[in-house]
Write a protein that binds this ligand. Structure first.
Ligand SMILES: [Zn+2]
Length: 181
């Protein structure tokens, strides 16, 4: 099978880090994983340590171009891994095959997502990423607005929200002179 990512290499049967069956490219070291192979392995080995050793530098490649599934020849769909990275995984939707560029497995491990490989492609997960991105955008906005005192403002808000009579407290705080009748 020809590699559709680098277009020069060949995808040969192998094992991803000796764990589960996949195809690895002879040239770009990308991996094609059939999701069911991963899930079968995962069910049998739920306790396998999939963390990266501290100090290991992670250099994952990212291809922004649309990827063609080497198996079906169809277009693959890109899914974001998490809100704090631009990395996306490609999924061939008809056969549930995943393309991992070189280093992306290490990246998944570093984010604690290697055991959750299948959940990345669910709607729930993708929604959560978008929600996180939205709150990060707003947080940055407030940070600019409130500057150094943003933490103080957050504490004040939390403290107000914990009060049952908070609307009265807010009225008291905003009154020009709360002691004037
Ligand atoms: Zn390749």
């Amino acid at each position: 099978m020809k590699c559709s990512s680098c277009r020069t290499g060949t995808l040969n049967p192998s094992y991803l880090e000796g764990l589960f069956a996949c195809h690895t490219c002879t040239d770009c070291a990308g991996n094609l994983i059939i999701l069911s192979d991963f899930l079968r392995w995962q069910a049998q080995n739920p306790e396998t340590d999939l963390t990266v050793n501290a100090g290991v530098e992670i250099e994952a490649q990212e291809t922004s171009k649309a990827m063609i599934c080497p198996k079906t020849g169809g277009l693959m769909t890109k899914y974001k891994i998490s809100a704090d990275t631009e990395h996306r995984l490609d999924l061939s939707p008809t056969i549930n095959a995943i393309w991992l560029d070189k280093g992306e497995w290490a990246l998944l491990k570093s984010k604690g997502l290697a055991h959750k490989l299948n959940t990345i492609f669910t709607n729930h997960w993708q929604h959560e990423i978008r929600d996180n991105e939205a709150s990060e955008v707003l947080s940055a906005l407030y940070q600019r607005k409130f500057g150094d005192r943003y933490d103080e403002v957050k504490q004040l808000r939390a403290s107000l929200l914990s009060m049952e009579n908070r609307s009265e407290v807010i009225a008291y705080l905003l009154a020009d002179d709360p002691y004037e009748i």
